[in-house]
Design a protein around this ligand. Structure first.
Ligand code: UT7
Length: 316
């Protein structure tokens, strides 16, 4: 069997943190509504001088430094995002020039919304099998504050900005991710109009159907990954779930009979950061020593597309 292992992580968050009372000054909402319905207490928003590119660079630099490698050692660079600074060049190409990666590095962005980081891990694993250099830089980054309608209380209180990065290494004797990825096209439940659409590029979400989708997709994905890997859920050291709503996580944890201590997240502080959510939490867990070398984490994302994706990732 061949696959990838996690060598290191990195992350970057904007300086400005808005709590729920700050949001209540912008729209008709309350700390009580936001925290009880979602588990969110605050979120980071980019200010002047901060950008998607800047967050990507900072998170990637940390991951590369912690891996003890040089940017030129990287063969594949993927940025999972739906809110890049440019449609083109890709955020990954900007990392290539900004970090000084070699020109034969495969650099591109991947849009699978909140499942993006897991899709990117799987894509990196596939590409690395054929690559000359067996290291990949995988980033999940969003600046959602720039695509929020601050007159729509049903969305603007939910989302935040940030970037998480990972360096992964491919090996012939490394375990497969056993990724389970899925897509169900739906341009009504959750969408951001593109450049060819008459409307401004704001996030639109019909929360209830997306919630129903999420509480089905998340536990199903967890079970399918475990089944594909031939393991039981108690053999997973930690579950890194997309941080969309604490109620979705609590429901899934209960349904699957998981130990809640192995599923704790950071939604209270970060809000929903879409493709950045899983790598931001992963970095926090690695940095604080909650997960460490030799352990196995299951990453699961779900959201826009609609998409879902789960993968088992072992830390080297
Ligand atoms: O990351 C991608 C995947 N995304 C998700 O998984 C998100 C899934 N959906 C959700 O997490 C939840 O549906 C939300 C948190 C978005 C909404 O929670 P909900 O319990 O489904 O609320 P709702 O949309 O059914 O709205 C309930 C009420 C409505 O008022 P009425 O019609 O009952 O009078 C809303 O107008 O809450 C109202 N409301 C608010 N009130 C105060 C909606 N947003 C707010 C707000 N503050 N910010």
């Amino acid at each position: 069997m061949s696959g990838i292992k996690l060598l290191s992580t990195g992350s970057a968050l904007p300086q400005r943190w808005l709590n729920n009372d700050d949001m209540a000054k912008i729209v008709d909402t309350s700390d009580e509504w936001i925290s009880t319905r979602t588990g969110i207490s605050g979120r980071y928003h980019c200010g002047q001088g901060e950008s998607h590119t800047g967050l990507c660079m900072a998170a990637a630099r940390q991951a590369i430094e912690r891996a003890g490698i040089a940017p030129q050692d990287i063969g594949v660079c993927i940025v999972a995002t739906l809110s890049p600074d440019y449609f083109t060049p890709s955020a990954a190409c900007l990392l290539q020039s900004g970090l000084g990666m070699a020109e034969d590095t495969v650099c591109f962005d991947l849009n699978a919304a909140c499942s993006g980081f897991v899709f990117a891990l799987h894509t990196a694993q596939c590409l690395l099998a054929a690559a000359r250099r067996k290291l990949a830089l995988v980033v999940g980054a969003e600046v959602l504050s720039r695509v929020l309608d601050f007159t729509d209380r049903s969305t603007c209180v939910l989302f935040g900005d940030g970037a998480g990065a990972a360096v992964v290494e491919w090996g012939e004797d490394y375990p497969s991710l056993h990724a389970v990825l899925g897509s169900r096209g739906n341009a009504e439940a959750l969408y951001i109009p593109g450049a060819n659409q008459p409307h401004p590029s704001y996030i639109h979400m019909d929360g209830r159907p997306v919630f129903r989708f999420a509480v089905d997709a998340l536990p199903r994905c967890v079970e399918q990954v475990a089944e594909q890997a031939g393991i039981t859920l108690d053999m997973v050291d930690y579950f890194v779930f997309h941080q969309a709503n604490q109620r979705i996580i609590d429901f899934s944890v209960k349904k699957l009979g998981l130990d809640p201590a192995k599923c704790a997240g950071n939604i209270a502080r970060t809000g929903n950061t879409s493709a950045a959510s899983v790598p931001l939490l992963l970095d926090e867990l690695v940095r604080t020593g909650v997960v460490h070398s030799g352990q196995r984490v299951m990453c699961v994302g779900f959201g826009g597309g609609l998409t879902w994706g789960g993968a088992l990732l072992e830390l080297k």
